[in-house]
Design a binder for this molecule. Structure first.
Ligand code: ATP
Length: 321
């Protein structure tokens, strides 16, 4: 391997820049030429590929988003698109790729390897933390800290007006953003898609907690069957005298400067990804399991597994008295 390229794909996540920097600098450290592919797989298909050096990734570790841009590429989903992508790879003598993204990105990468002879290593870049093969994904820690900051602010106003706030957070089909941010903001309840919602228990908890608290906060994961507005309606119809408000946090959760944990994670996985390629690995995602860089085949990393630890759901219940 002499020439490698890196791209970011799917939804952006804070820490992707730290990952790009780590891939570029590790490549240079090992004497490789490194290219950057802009706009995810779209740039691979159209040939939007630039040469990267140590300087091109200076002063980006602290920046949110991705300097290489990201995209959802319809063309790469077709065989013709992937064929064009491979022709671009060959014309620049690129020997291997590092792709930073989520399950769609790895599904595409697995197909690309199957059809064309190109080693690819993945790095988990998504705020949702919904991939197997890593305890945490790049961007998750920053996103939950953003949620905690926003909920703390909402708590101030909720407390001043004795309100019940329903706060909807991101996470797609995963409740992991909701669960950890719920614990750390002292939410009275957390509703996640992985668990059946026991509305009777929630109503009782709300009623009981009224004695101890003037504000109550319920965090709802966006993937929950009901969604924040429906949950609010149910509470209002059960307690007509409650002042219930809804806040949907939205894309604020995807931005901002990456946390220390995300910068370290992205740096470790970037080094791991490039060194994995040099060891002859392909078709795997570099992840961190119990503090160690670990490689998991794409087919396993993209399987939707339930990463909810029931210890955490119990904590919400115990501490919300
Ligand atoms: P996030 O979880 O943050 O949304 P993601 O990687 O899952 O990230 P997607 O938009 O699902 O985001 O996938 C990224 C890109 O991967 C797609 O735009 C597409 O180009 C490619 N891709 C996804 N699924 C396939 C597939 N079945 N075959 C080929 N390419 C695919």
């Amino acid at each position: 391997i002499k020439n490698i390229a890196v791209l970011t794909s799917g939804g952006d996540a804070p820490g992707m820049n730290a990952g790009i920097r780590a891939v570029v600098r590790t490549g240079i450290y090992h004497g490789l030429n490194v290219f950057g592919i802009r706009h995810g797989y779209d740039g691979l298909v159209s040939g939007d590929i630039i040469s990267m050096d140590a300087k091109s990734v200076a002063n980006i570790i602290q920046r949110g988003g991705t300097i290489l841009k990201t995209a959802r590429s319809e063309e790469f989903k077709t065989y013709e698109g992937r064929k064009k992508a491979y022709e671009n790879v060959k014309s620049l003598n690129i020997d291997a790729l590092v792709v930073i993204g989520g399950d769609g990105t790895f599904t595409g990468a697995a197909k690309f390897i199957e059809e064309f002879d190109i080693p690819i290593i993945g790095m988990p870049g998504t705020i949702d933390n919904d991939l197997a093969g890593t305890d945490f994904t790049i961007g998750y820690d920053t996103a939950i800290n953003t949620v905690v900051d926003a909920v703390d602010k909402i708590r101030d106003t909720a407390e001043s007006h004795d309100r019940v706030f329903i706060i909807e957070v991101m996470g797609r089909d995963s409740g992991l953003i909701a669960l950890r941010s719920g614990i750390s903001t002292g939410a009275e309840a957390v509703l996640i898609p992985e668990l059946e919602v026991d509305y009777d228990a929630i109503m009782k908890r709300l009623d009981k907690s009224r004695k101890n608290k003037s504000s109550r906060i319920i965090i709802v994961a966006e993937g929950d069957k009901e969604g924040g507005l429906v949950v609010a309606d149910k509470i209002k119809s059960n307690f007509p005298n409650y002042d219930v408000r809804v806040s949907i946090l939205g894309h604020i959760q995807r931005g901002g400067k990456p946390s220390c944990m995300d910068r370290v994670l992205a740096s470790r996985l970037g080094v791991g990804a490039v060194e994995g390629l040099l060891e002859g690995r392909r078709g795997e995602m570099a992840g961190l399991i119990s503090g160690n860089v670990t490689f998991t085949p794409f087919s396993k990393a993209i399987k939707h597994i339930n990463k909810i630890n029931t210890d955490l759901t119990r904590i919400v219940e115990i501490l919300s008295l």
